[in-house]
Design a protein around this ligand. Structure first.
Ligand code: GLN
Ligand code: ZN
Length: 786
């Protein structure tokens, strides 16, 4: 019997926002002064109690640490940084009073106000940066670590939550971002010397984690879960060998070097992908259990040296998508794994990742089609699946025959249900030839477009959306409730378009947009009009902090029954003599921000979406729209974590974009917008997209992207953002002039466009109006120097 028996079933984490977004509402009330910190703490405590009770009801034991303690008020990476006291210099004044964190004293930690400042900033104090968590649409806060950043045990929240569970009779397993991942995801603080990497601080960080483990053990935790997703990614700029050596040191410090009675048993997880060679390092260490993502990753082919006596926590239930598990297939994988690893390795069942990425409960979706509902598993259903699989693994398949049958019946109906396969869509795709992906050579198109559009040098435009005002939201809400008729709602949107077009003419922008007032969301708007998608009512998932999204469910073959945007774009065009830019969301982004069917390759689904968009683009062109933008802000997000998988991904994503956009005539100008400035591995893909004009984020990085593009001899139009729309600050005309002056030095000025970094929907007119006037003024100034 192992000294560290691990429960037969568990999940790696559970949604923390609450089934009715209770946490979001509480914390936003606190930020706006309508509630105090105590109110938010009470909401948090109630949600934690609910989670423990719910997970127990769903079948996880309360006496073995099967129930994760994975709560956060904002973000788990921020929490880890706060736990180890890694406050960047500019936040030093927020640190708790002296004495806290000294050995023997219980630290009091940051209060909610200070914690919120790290996440959101305050007057004159920039927050931590935010970026995407692996290949998900969840965003974490990026810790900043330099040679002098304090690292000390500074916050005992995670320890108190263990005690809180025990007080209610539930033995939880605290979940903490592991030390290697924490440092690999951190950015180097601005004051660090060249060549410094946060990983250089590993030896300073490990004693802090060791202290945390001792405190957890003292509070009664028998297990701790350290999440190390950095092990599955090649995209973190540190060579694998170095990561593995860091992992070895970290695991030795947290297991071998700590007396067994002073630490909990340690589970290290590697979610979001294939653990690869790091499995050998984990197996050779003294950790007690290893969590593998077996949805994305491979089952080891045979015994792994060092695994004997350890537990493999097999993530066979997808934590990152909403489909019901094929339980019989999963059980086969589990038994295959057990046979491969041999009798000395315990195999238990789990999810591949935390359930943070899926909504709470399918049974909370009364409006979903009843058949579709049987194909789905949200967090609560996945817990039941894990419990059933664990029983099947220990007692044999007969013990869970009912579960296996129900799952296979659901999978059977899913294969044959109406709309899952639409022969018309498949036939059209099969009949396309390579010509469907090709336009004329760029110089030919360019000449035709210049003749048609007659734009000045350095043409000015925006990325598409204008501020979503309180009136627009109110009209949409009233329409959804049935309090505003469709005709009245459309009138309100047309009035908004008139206002936005008139404003752009007054400001002097060269290519005008309709403003996207009618779009609730840039993916949902299209999902509601395409076949193959379903929408949820309560299917919220956390995107970052208090921000939640409700991704559509893409379950069947996609087609476009009727035009989706043509009416709005042509209405805008009827109001002005300037060219109006039509505005669509690209295939990769539609996939990235939906829950996508898992019964065919992503590439096939992307081609279907692309074909639907191709139809829309054809209709926009036929209606006289001369400029059409297809946004792909998520192109980078879906980039696989392993570099070996990049060529295939870039091939299908670029193909989908070209399929959508290559059906137009030479004189129709295709734009795309990519929402970020870290191109790295996708820079080649930008060229592959073959768009006539590409706009990118650039204001914060002072246009570094241009140098990279110029090095490649990038031949087509480029619009580096000159106005950082992520901040309420209005850039001055001088500032924009200086950015543009730099830009015309590195790029052929005849290729250069002038635009903001991204859409304006989250900003207010008080900011947007002067900022766009400065942008147009700066473009005119620099134009005069050419
Ligand atoms: N056209 C969209 C907008 O302007 C693009 C948004 C995005 O890139 N995320 O809002
Ligand atoms: Zn953008």
């Amino acid at each position: 019997m192992s000294a560290c028996p691990f429960p037969a079933a568990t999940v790696l984490g559970y949604p923390r926002i609450g089934p009715r977004r209770e946490l979001k509402k509480a914390i936003e009330a606190f930020w706006s002064g309508r509630a105090d910190a105590g109110d938010v703490e009470r909401t948090g405590a109630a949600l934690r109690t609910r989670t423990r009770t719910r997970l127990a009801e769903l079948g996880l034991p309360t006496d073995a640490p099967a129930i994760p303690s994975s709560f956060s008020f904002y973000d788990q990476v921020l929490d880890a940084a706060v736990t180890v006291g890694a406050l960047p210099e500019r936040f030093a004044h927020l640190a708790p009073a002296d004495g806290a964190g000294d050995p023997g004293q219980s630290p009091t930690g940051l209060d909610l106000a200070a914690y919120s400042v790290l996440a959101r900033g305050t007057e004159g104090l920039a927050p931590l940066e935010m970026t995407k968590w692996f290949d998900t649409n969840y965003h974490y806060l990026v810790p900043e670590i330099g040679p002098a950043t304090p690292l000390r045990y500074a916050d005992d929240r995670v320890v108190r939550e263990v005690a809180e569970g025990l007080a209610e009779g539930v033995a939880t397993r605290p979940v903490v971002v592991g030390p290697v991942t924490l440092l690999l995801l951190s950015k180097t603080s601005a004051d660090a010397p060249d060549g410094f990497h946060p990983l250089d601080r590993l030896d300073d960080l490990l004693p802090v984690y060791a202290r945390l483990l001792r405190e957890l053990a003292a509070a009664g935790a028998t297990w701790v879960q350290l999440d190390e997703p950095a092990l599955v990614s090649d995209l973190l700029d540190v060579p694998a060998g170095q990561v593995h050596r860091a992992l070895e040191r970290a695991l030795a410090a947290l297991t071998t070097d700590l007396p067994a009675d002073q630490r909990p048993c340690v589970l290290v997880t590697a979610p979001y992908g294939d653990v690869g060679d790091a499995l050998g390092v984990l197996a050779a260490s003294d950790v007690d259990a290893i969590g593998l993502d077996l949805v994305r990753g491979a089952v080891p082919a045979g015994p792994v040296a060092g695994l004997a006596g350890k537990t493999v926590v097999a993530g066979v239930v997808d934590g990152h998508n909403v489909w019901r598990t094929d339980l019989a297939a999963a059980l086969d994988r589990l038994t295959g794994l057990r046979e491969a690893l041999g009798p000395d390795v315990a195999v238990t069942v789990s999810t591949s990742t935390s359930l943070l990425h899926v909504p709470h409960d399918v049974d909370d979706e009364p409006d979903l089609d009843p058949t579709l509902r049987t194909w789905l598993a949200f967090a609560d259903q996945k817990v039941r699946e894990v419990v059933a699989l664990a029983r099947g693994l220990t007692e044999g398949p007969d013990a869970v025959a009912d579960h296996l049958t129900a799952a296979s019946v659901a999978h059977g109906t899913r294969r044959t249900a109406d709309g899952v396969v639409r022969p018309q869509v498949r036939d059209r795709l099969a009949s396309l030839t390579g010509d469907a992906l090709r336009r004329s050579d760029y110089p030919v198109r360019r000449a035709a477009q210049e003749a048609r559009l007659d734009l000045p040098p350095l043409p000015t435009t925006t990325i598409g959306s204008f501020p979503q005002t309180a009136e627009i939201r109110a009209a949409r809400a009233a329409h959804a409730r049935g309090a505003l008729s469709t005709a009245d709602y459309e009138d309100a949107m047309r009035a908004e378009i008139r206002r936005v077009v008139a404003l752009q003419e007054d400001i002097g922008l060269d290519v005008v947009v309709h403003g996207e007032a009618e779009r609730n969301d840039m993916v949902q708007y299209f999902a509601e009009q395409l076949t193959g998608f379903a929408a949820t009512v309560n299917g919220w998932v956390q995107s970052y902090g208090s921000r939640c999204v409700r991704p559509p469910i893409l379950w069947g073959d996609v087609s476009r029954p009727a035009p989706m945007t043509v009416g709005w774009s042509t209405y805008a065009a009827s109001l002005t003599t300037k060219p109006v830019k039509g505005m669509l969301t690209g295939p990769v982004t539609i996939l990235a921000w939906s829950f996508v069917r898992d019964d065919q390759p992503l590439a096939d689904t992307a081609r279907q979406v692309a074909l639907a968009l191709r139809d829309e683009i054809g209709d926009l062109e036929a209606a006289g729209i001369a400029v059409i933008q297809v946004d792909e802000p998520a192109l980078r997000e879906l980039l696989p974590l392993r570099t070996v998988d990049h060529p295939a991904y870039l091939d299908w994503s670029v193909t989908a974009f070209r399929l959508a956009t290559s059906g137009v005539r030479d004189e129709t100008q295709v734009h795309t917008h990519l929402c970020y400035s870290e191109f790295g591995q996708v820079i080649g893909a930008i060229d592959g997209l073959d768009a006539d004009v590409t706009s990118v984020e650039a204001a914060r990085s002072r246009m570094e992207i241009l140098v990279d593009l110029a090095d490649q001899g990038y031949p087509r139009g480029i619009g580096p953002g000159v106005y950082d729309i992520h901040s309420p600050r209005v850039p001055s005309e001088d500032e924009i002039t200086s950015l543009l002056t730099e830009a015309v030095r590195s790029v052929d000025p005849t290729l250069l466009w002038v635009n903001p970094d991204c859409g304006l929907k989250t900003r207010r007119y008080e900011e947007v109006d002067p900022a766009l006037r400065h942008l147009v003024g700066a473009a005119r100034t620099v134009r005069a120097t050419l």
